[in-house]
Design a binder for this molecule. Structure first.
Ligand code: DAH
Length: 338
């Protein structure tokens, strides 16, 4: 066979194959066209390839090269047609009923602790307390020293605090704050009396997690400094706070038990009656004169009260949550109940 004749048959073949693939309108007809042209045994490409044997020997390299080019072109045309038509393996889609009501998008909501914090800020705001924030990484002065916790005090034990490793090299040790009382100091250092603030935030202690302990939890700290502040003011504020938070007006009572904190004198543990029992809420007391002096206040001029309550404890009692860990496992099935 003359070379020109063979090349003409190749061109013809490419033309026809491309037209056949392009005109296929279903994956079945495309498959039929594929077998017709590229079928391994008796496809047209195969047949034309057999004609290669009859080409003059001298022309074979040219003819063979052109054959390969045309075969590639045909395969590319098939790939393109397949892509346009799909392979027929896609899921068969249900007919779409446009009259069905839409599926609502699930909307998230605030974490129960965040909700509790917001409610607390709201209530205390109405009592005239401004919410302020303080850093979670604290120094020795704000977490201990200014709060009348001397160097020898066991509360400073490295086993009871998260000291930062880098702090070893520093002159002043740094730690994750173990209480929000730090914010009292920060505020008083920068504001002359009177002061009426709350601070809500995370605190950290190296406790092993169990149903009632977690190495991170939240406190609400309150501080009121003015002339002539008394324990009666403290008790009224806490009672109003509990009544507003839990509802039930005259059924809510607050009880003080004598206690000790280095930064208050006298100091009390605060309990609230709740569903027939007393629930521990935290600590409170009259700000110790040493603390007032440490921030430059004159204890002869002003007095004040402070309190620090556990946010988780209050939130858990309100919602009947029995394990603090559930709050931080981020299981949406649990959290979406609140
Ligand atoms: N800081 C104390 C604690 O974490 C709680 C506390 C007690 C805060 C008495 C106060 C207070 O402001 O007056 O255990």
């Amino acid at each position: 066979m003359a070379l020109s004749e063979f090349l003409a048959s190749l061109d013809n073949l490419a033309e026809q194959a491309r037209a056949a693939f392009a005109s296929a309108d279903s994956s079945e007809s495309l498959e039929a066209a594929r077998i017709d042209y590229l079928g391994a045994k008796s496809g047209q490409v195969r047949k034309v390839q057999q004609g290669l044997g009859k080409v003059d020997k001298a022309d074979k390299p040219t003819a063979g090269k052109r054959f390969n080019e045309v075969k590639n072109l045909i395969e590319a045309a098939l790939a393109e047609a397949t892509q346009q038509i799909g392979t027929g393996n896609e899921e068969i889609t249900e007919p779409f009923d446009v009259t069905l009501p839409g599926r609502p998008t699930r909307v998230g909501h605030l974490h129960p602790i965040t909700q509790t914090i917001r409610e607390m800020k709201d209530i205390m705001g109405r009592l005239g307390f401004t919410a302020v924030e303080g850093p979670e990484i604290e120094d020795d002065w704000h977490n201990f020293e200014a709060l009348n916790i001397p160097l020898s005090h066991p509360a400073r034990d490295p086993l009871d605090n998260f000291y930062l490793a880098t702090a070893e090299k520093l002159e002043k040790p740094l730690l994750l704050r173990s209480q929000t009382s730090t914010v009292q100091i920060r505020v008083m250092e920068n504001t002359p009396p009177p002061v009426r603030i709350i601070s809500l935030g995370r605190v950290y202690r190296p406790d092993t997690a169990d149903a009632t302990h977690y190495p991170m939890f939240h406190q609400i700290e309150g501080l009121l400094i003015d002339r002539g502040v008394t324990m009666a003011d403290l008790k009224s504020v806490l009672r109003l706070f509990c009544q507003s938070y839990f509802g039930g007006e005259d059924k809510v009572h607050v009880r003080f038990r004598p206690s000790f904190f280095p930064f208050t004198e006298p100091s009390v543990e605060v309990d609230m009656n709740w569903q027939g029992g007393w629930m521990e809420m935290g600590g409170a007391g009259m700000v110790d004169p040493n603390v007032l002096r440490a921030v430059g206040y004159d204890p002869e001029e002003v007095t004040g009260f402070a309190f620090g309550l556990g946010v988780e404890r209050i939130c858990m009692r309100q919602h009947g949550i029995t394990d603090i860990r559930a709050l931080y496992q981020n299981d949406v099935r649990f959290l979406e109940q609140f």
